[in-house]
Ligand binder design. Structure first.
Ligand code: SAH
Ligand code: SF4
Length: 374
């Protein structure tokens, strides 16, 4: 199996071409064909030297990952099942909102972190995704949208909030981010990419030093160590003290918008005690809180709080001077919402290849409301 050309950053490709004594100059043109002209057949790369094209064809695969299934939610969210070279699959979700079309990409097949509210966690970790498989989710979905919806259907933003813990797959996510940002690559602006992490402290410390500057979201979910440990076993090792010591080292200018994600689970982390702890832990000037009402999935042990409770929590934070929003639940009728992603659908029999996704009415009707900021 040849490695994928999408695994390579511009500089790496340049170096490989130079080291192999084919023109390093070709890297720029090749990136142009791949990421600007969407031409994946080297034979059509008319301004690239024949020797270079032959080298690429011999050494690398230029094929996109296959989309083996897709589903459209009532709210316009589309979920894609993307197949990798070894048959493993991950999900990518395209979420429309106002003038944006955001792609939620996966970073791993499964996840090792084991949060007790997350569907992906029930899979365990199968493997890290390679750089090209992360970039490939974007390329394959964009190509699918061009082919099936129209040329105006352009992805504008990326969030690393699909399956997996992005900082556990640090090097691949770093290289993929470089390709997303590079002017010769996809040329996305820094503010258009958001990395979400459960709080892998050593990687957060490293991120401050060498990760391209993108928006950062921390999955906090509780400001109380005992509650957070119950929800996220990672908190046993990297508790709130260690987490915040690492966050403080991140230069705020580069990572301007630290968002704290706070999943609201009924009776678990939605009491007055939780409000007070959260307001004490965070600085209202530097932090933005994004409340995520728990999305249920088959077999999940938590419950989503009532809308009244969610609004109460929101009000409490706003009263204390915080910028606080509620994340709209999108795509829950096709299990595409946060925390509902899982690759092995055949096992739980949630969708049928011919008839599409099975709609689960209890969660399909559970859409809270649009993003609310006051
Ligand atoms: N592993 C990373 C990114 C992927 S999860 C992280 O944990 O941050 C993206 C977001 O979805 C996280 O904030 C996660 O806590 C949240 N999430 C997971 N399961 C959920 C569920 N069942 N309902 C709502 N949000 C969930
Ligand atoms: Fe992994 Fe994030 Fe799910 Fe936790 S919430 S198990 S870190 S994907």
């Amino acid at each position: 199996m040849k490695p994928s050309i999408f695994d390579l950053s511009h500089d790496e490709l340049k170096k490989i071409l130079t080291d192999n004594k084919v023109s390093g100059f070709g890297a720029t043109q090749i990136f142009d064909w791949l990421y600007k002209k969407w031409e994946f057949n080297p034979e059509n790369w008319s301004n690239v030297a024949k020797k270079t094209r032959e080298f690429i064809q011999e050494q690398y695969s230029t094929e996109l990952n296959k989309i083996v299934w897709n589903g459209l939610s009532k709210d316009g969210t589309r979920k894609f099942l993307v197949k990798m070279y070894d048959g493993q699959t991950v999900e990518a979700v395209a979420i429309p909102a106002r003038d944006r079309l955001t792609l939620c990409v996966s970073s791993q097949v499964g996840c090792a972190v084991g949060c007790t509210f997350c569907h992906t966690a029930t899979q365990g970790l199968k493997r890290h995704l390679k750089t090209g498989e992360v970039v490939g989710q974007y390329m394959s979905v964009q190509q699918w949208l061009f082919d099936n919806v129209g040329p105006e259907e352009k992805l504008t933003n990326i969030v690393y909030m699909g399956q997996g813990e992005p900082l556990h797959n640090y090097e691949n996510m770093k290289r993929a981010t470089e390709i997303f940002l590079h002017e010769r690559g996809l040329g996305l602006g820094q503010r258009r990419i958001t990395l979400s992490t459960s709080g892998l402290v050593p990687a957060i410390e490293k991120l401050a030093l060498d990760f391209p500057p993108v928006n950062l979201a921390i999955s906090l979910h509780s400001a109380r160590n005992d509650v957070r440990t119950e929800m996220m076993p990672i908190n046993k090792v990297y508790d709130l003290d260690r987490l915040f010591a690492a966050i403080k080292k991140i230069p705020l200018k580069a990572h301007r918008r630290i968002t704290y994600e706070y999943l609201l689970a009924d009776g678990v982390n939605d009491t007055m005690e939780d409000v007070v702890a959260l307001a004490e832990l965070l600085n209202s000037k530097e932090s933005k809180i994004n409340l995520i009402p728990f999305n249920e999935f088959p077999g999940s042990k938590y419950k989503r709080p009532s809308e009244q409770k969610i609004m109460w929590f929101l009000d409490q934070m706003i009263k204390r001077g915080f910028t606080c929003t509620i994340r709209t639940t999108k795509g829950s009728d096709i299990l595409a919402a946060c925390g509902q992603l899982k690759s092995e659908y055949d096992k739980v029999n949630l969708w049928n290849k011919d008839e599409g996704p099975v709609v689960i009415p209890s969660i399909a009707n559970n859409v809270v409301q649009n993003q609310t900021t006051r």
